[in-house]
Design a protein around this ligand. Structure first.
Ligand code: AQP
Length: 333
């Protein structure tokens, strides 16, 4: 299929920490696979990241590291657009316009806002509240047809669609109304110590709960060996066995099997042996990525160039959409 006929996929990740195994298996691994079939635009959402307090020096480093990690996974900056959100001013400008087409009631219903305000009770800022509007601006600037979304982001895609339709109803067909893209293989990875909660990269309370993609491999294996299980010593998928089910899901997502296939492989296997197999699979997946990351990181000039080129390519598309919107709402352009 020619480049022009391919659908546009948009996705972003916050540089709020080193990506977790959850970010990788739930998002990044699929991003790599989508690049042949779609025109993909992938952003480092550093503007979203500051809705939670960040150390400035750390944030700059994490932003660069995340972009480098995208490439280490195999996301090609020539084939796709990889860029840093704050490099493209149109995001902030469109977000303001869209704020004026979004209702307080809609934003109040967002479960991520409720969760994050509970987690950061000392800093419930307006940015946290209008986070979904900035996300709508991200997606709509690039005329995205499809947005890969996990369960946790479904509400944000819905509000993006509502805002786009509301705007189009007033001003004509300005925005492409995006659909959710449900990946063929998807996974929701839970914490290793708290398998009732999703694994998150900004987790700070318990390091053993999360595998970070750049963890020392021996340490990553130990985290899996220490993962919470239960006492019946049966490797089986079940809602009342969240720890074991999570490890089966991890194994399945890494090896490209279904969770049921993975379950079948471990019938009669003890927990110790099972955990070792999961750890080995995870390590073999992470090893080449970490090696490539190290190689790429040492080439500062190359990373600088990818960031600069990505910003230019992204801004070209985003500014076109922004100008259209500005004309429609009556700004002098
Ligand atoms: N545990 C998970 N399992 C599967 N997918 C996950 N994602 C996140 N956690 C899991 C997916 O990763 C993508 C990027 O997410 P993000 O960085 O925009 O923010 P998030 O969803 O809030 O991810 P984190 O790791 O939990 O970040 P923090 O700790 O900063 O809040 C999304 O596609 C998401 O579905």
């Amino acid at each position: 299929m020619s480049e022009e006929n391919k659908k546009i996929i948009y996705s972003a990740m916050q540089p709020s920490g080193i990506p977790s195994l959850g970010n990788y298996l739930g998002a990044l691994k699929n991003w790599k696979n989508l690049q042949n079939e779609y025109n993909c635009i992938y952003a480092i959402a550093n503007m979203h990241a500051i809705t939670v307090r960040q150390d400035p020096t750390e944030l700059r480093k994490k932003t660069r590291d995340l972009l480098t990690l995208f490439m280490a996974i195999g996301i090609d900056p020539e084939k796709n657009i990889l860029y840093v959100q704050s490099d493209v001013k149109a995001h902030a400008e469109l977000a303001w316009v869209l704020n004026c087409f979004t209702y307080m009631g809609e934003l109040s219903r967002m479960t991520q806002f409720k969760d994050k305000s509970a987690k950061h009770a000392d800093n419930i800022n307006a940015g946290l509240f209008t986070y979904p509007v900035l996300m709508a601006a991200d997606i709509l600037l690039y005329n995205a047809d499809l947005v890969p979304v996990g369960e946790d982001q479904r509400q944000h895609l819905e509000i993006t669609r509502d805002i786009a339709e509301r705007f189009n109803n007033i001003y004509g067909d300005v925005f492409t109304v995006p659909d959710g893209y449900i990946p063929k293989v998807g996974a929701r990875i839970m914490g290793l110590q708290e398998p009732e909660r999703k694994m998150s990269k900004s987790e700070s309370d318990n390091d053993n709960n999360v595998i970070y993609m750049l963890d020392d491999l021996g340490r990553a294996a130990n985290k899996i060996k220490r993962a919470v299980t239960d006492s019946d010593n049966e490797v089986r998928l079940s809602p009342d066995k969240p720890g074991i089910s999570n490890l089966l899901n991890i194994y399945a997502a890494v090896t490209g099997k279904s969770a049921e296939e993975a379950e079948g492989e471990f019938v009669g296997c003890g927990y110790g042996e099972f955990k070792k197999c999961v750890a080995d699979a995870v390590i073999e997946e992470l090893r080449p990525i970490q090696e490539r990351f190290k190689e790429l990181s040492s080439d500062k000039a190359y990373i600088d160039k990818v960031i600069k080129d990505g910003a230019e390519k992204a801004a070209y598309i985003a500014n076109k959409t922004l100008r259209k919107v500005q004309r429609k709402v009556g700004f002098p352009v």
